[in-house]
Design a protein around this ligand. Structure first.
Ligand SMILES: *Cc1c(COP(=O)(O)O)cnc(C)c1O
Length: 386
């Protein structure tokens, strides 16, 4: 039996167990301890913008707390990129607020700044100013942050950056996750580094971080007994998970290089196939961790669909996956307002995520390349006129 080739699987560095053993040796088997503190410091150093990081149980939990700290409540509206994973939008619904979805632009596939401005003006005209904006750096590709921040600032609406897929990505040299009022990270098993499950809230003041830690540990007031004047959550990261995180931080730069190498591997294959385009950085301002490599297929040229390729991969034990289905097309959000055109919708129909892990072997890459060259036999004509 051939081994299964996964889209994105955990890739340990080697020292994770050392940190876990330390936790056992010192009996810090709890949602606090030296690994939690150490992991937060590692992330703060890595992101390098004077940020304060709170380690939490999930990226989804981080988004939930970010929205709470932006005072989002029942009946409010929150703007959110439509093309993303559902976890970007679900916390809006947890709070009884309504998501307002925004189309993508074609360069980065992320939130379109023009549609964003149009949405804000229309929501204000309809009587409700949005309480927050959630922008996502999809598949590691930084969004157009200058344009989006300038709209957010113009209307004085806090920006929350969903950097769950983009740890290690940069826009104009600055780390994704550090641009917004809050940033969120995920360390789920499929992300560029993992703690088996976990997330973090990136803050710009100690006060905001303290508030996140307070809310994530059941919102207990300062008293000898258990006293509560706010609703709390059980969202703090465990010291065991954080031990995995500390080991992973030692190899994060290698993991970014490994994923970028996978992107180069696909670029080599795609450059010879007419009608297959690899999703790539639009200019030197954008530095993607290439968490996942994604291709767009022009069916009129290839005479093959994404589904054809997905099924051919599947037969060879290789996992691939359609890109995120836009939230405004999801049954659960069908009543939510939407601004933009069909950019996200069209990308969704024609794009496929390919195996992108930093731990794929040469043999596994050969298997992938073989399927792709068999499914797409039509070679690009390298004419001087092109
Ligand atoms: C993974 C992911 C999340 C959620 O993170 P969890 O740690 O799994 O809760 C949120 N947004 C995006 C875009 C993601 O890819």
């Amino acid at each position: 039996m051939k081994s299964k080739v996964w889209l994105s699987s955990p890739h340990m560095g080697g020292n994770e167990l050392k940190y876990i053993n330390e936790a056992f040796d010192t009996n810090w088997i709890a949602p606090l301890g030296p690994n939690v503190d150490g992991f937060e410091q590692d992330l703060e150093m890595f992101l390098n913008e004077n940020v304060k990081v709170a380690a939490l149980s999930a990226g989804t939990a981080a988004l939930h707390l970010a929205l709470i700290e932006c005072n989002v409540g029942h009946g409010d509206e929150v703007i959110c990129q439509s093309m993303t994973f559902s976890a970007s939008a679900n916390p809006i619904a947890y709070l009884g607020a309504t998501p307002v979805f925004i189309d993508s632009e074609k360069d980065t596939w992320n939130m379109c700044p023009v549609a964003l401005k149009e949405a804000i003006e229309d929501r204000i005209a309809k009587g409700k100013k949005p309480k927050a904006i959630i922008v996502v750096h999809l598949y590691g590709m930084p969004a157009k942050m200058d344009e989006i921040l300038s709209v957010a600032r113009e209307y004085n609406i806090p920006l929350i950056e969903d950097a769950a897929e983009s740890l290690g990505s940069k826009y104009k040299g600055k780390a994704c996750g550090t641009f917004g009022y809050f940033g969120i990270l995920s360390f789920n098993g499929n992300k560029i580094i993992t703690t088996s499950g976990g997330g973090a809230l990136v803050c710009h003041s100690q006060e905001d971080k303290d508030q996140a830690v307070f809310l994530s540990t059941q919102a207990r007031d300062d008293a000898p007994h258990y006293q509560h004047s706010q609703i709390g959550y059980n969202y703090r990261m465990s010291n065991i998970s954080a031990g995995i995180g500390r080991g992973q931080m030692e190899v994060l730069n290698d993991r970014v290089q490994g994923r970028r190498k996978m992107h180069k591997f696909y670029a080599e294959i795609c450059k010879d196939i007419d009608g297959v385009d690899l999703f790539s950085e639009p200019s030197a301002d954008f530095y993607s961790n290439h968490w996942l490599s994604v291709i767009t297929i022009d069916e009129t040229k290839t005479l093959r669909t994404c589904e054809d390729l997905r099924l051919s991969f599947l037969e060879e034990g290789i996992e691939s996956r359609p890109i995120w289905k836009p939230m405004h097309l999801q049954p659960i959000f069908q009543d939510a307002p939407y601004y933009g055109g069909k950019v996200a919708e069209n990308l969704f129909g024609n794009s496929l995520c390919l195996p992108s892990g930093s731990n794929l072997s040469d043999n596994e890459r050969e298997r992938i390349a073989k399927v792709m060259t068999e499914v797409f036999p039509n070679k690009k004509k390298h004419s001087v006129l092109r």
